[in-house]
Design a protein around this ligand. Structure first.
Ligand code: 13P
Ligand code: SF4
Length: 343
């Protein structure tokens, strides 16, 4: 009988023992998650890297996650990803040269803001941010990190996710009049300098296309059918959607929200479909769990069980994920700043 993909992965894991660790983000499919030693949200996975003794770490997620892991890896540790082309679409919305230009244009007009970047960004972006004294945040610690950034007294440029930025400002009570979304098209050419000078928080105009599909109107329609329905969404959704929901938070927050809901609860979730389906299966017969609408991250989906096996079979010969030397120190400084501030 020929061994299945799953059996082959299990055999490699057994053979490698503690020398190999497989990490997976909550948006990975069940077939991959079944092989993971550690499953988590972006912050949890970043925090675990330093404590791992494994020589080879396979990061099942999108590229920025593996790149962040490569920054935090100990000397001698090698970070791998099943598919390098699995790129977070939102992280691609903020290219580092454009951030450099925008910051320089703002500075030339007397506005020297502190950049705070969502972890869903390239190492090159994190390096620009780190070099200006800024930091990284995740959806789990965004309020703490934005508060820290505001306390530095320079004003903040939040990037690349304007939705997470707006939702976090709502959590902290930053008034609407103190916020401004930058028009970064054409570098600095279209920036509204008066608005940029007056605002306390500037936003990069990026967003997650997967979470943009969850609409406040859909929540209103659900409530009309069942006033007892509980709606929980990810803070990458629009502020209108977050306001219409009962709760919003990181993927780990959503998992906790579902766990703590009473038996028989009717829960609707606005986040990537793999996580919603997994929770629906886990609580089948106890709680009703369904998606606000079906929205899949095609890049997360690139990491299949077959790709995981292929990557494990070439572990010793494949190029690990690395961060160029010039970028590594400032980018790591921005990530470490987050780990210290949010500890
Ligand atoms: P979390 O940090 O909440 O896991 O989210 C990462 C992400 O990419 C959400 O789209
Ligand atoms: Fe990026 Fe959105 Fe996919 Fe998360 S769900 S990895 S933010 S594209």
């Amino acid at each position: 009988m020929t061994a299945s993909i799953s059996d082959k992965i299990t055999a490699i894991r057994r053979q490698r023992g503690n020398e190999l660790a497989i990490l997976a983000h909550h948006y990975q499919g069940d077939a991959v998650v079944g092989h993971a030693d550690i499953l988590g949200d972006s912050l949890e996975l970043s925090r675990k890297i330093a404590a791992l003794s494994a020589k080879d770490i396979m990061f099942c997620g999108v590229f920025f996650m593996a790149e962040t892991a490569a920054m935090l890896a100990a000397p001698g540790q090698r970070i791998h990803i099943p598919v390098r082309e699995a790129a977070c679409v939102m992280s691609e919305m903020a290219p580092a040269p454009l951030l450099d230009t925008v910051l320089a244009t703002l500075r030339a007009a007397g506005r020297d803001v502190l950049p705070l970047t969502y972890v869903n960004s390239s190492a090159a972006i994190k390096a620009v941010v780190g070099a200006c004294g800024g930091a990284v945040c995740t959806s789990a610690n965004a309020p703490k990190m934005l508060k820290w950034a505001l306390d530095q007294g320079r004003g903040v440029l939040f990037l690349p996710d304007k939705m997470l930025g707006q939702n976090t400002c709502n959590t902290l009570g930053v008034p609407e009049s103190a916020r401004h979304i930058l028009d970064v098209r054409g570098g600095g050419a279209r920036l509204d300098m008066d608005a940029a000078r007056q605002a306390e928080v500037l936003f990069w105009p990026g967003q997650c296309v997967i979470h943009a599909r969850f609409k406040a109107a859909a929540i209103a329609a659900l409530r009309a059918q069942n006033p007892d329905v509980r709606v929980v969404v990810h803070p990458e959704c629009s502020p209108q959607t977050v306001a219409a929901a009962d709760a919003a938070g990181s993927t780990s927050f959503i998992i906790k929200y579902v766990a703590e809901a009473p038996a028989g609860a009717d829960i609707v979730i606005g986040t990537e479909i793999n996580l919603v389906n997994r929770l629906a299966k886990q609580y089948q017969g106890q709680k009703s769990i369904r998606p606000l609408c079906l929205s899949a991250c095609s890049n997360m989906a690139k990491g299949t069980e077959a790709n995981l096996l292929a990557a494990l079979e070439t572990l010793d010969t494949a190029e690990p994920v690395t961060v160029p030397e010039a970028v590594r120190a400032p980018a790591t400084a921005a990530v470490v700043r987050m780990l210290e501030v949010s500890a």
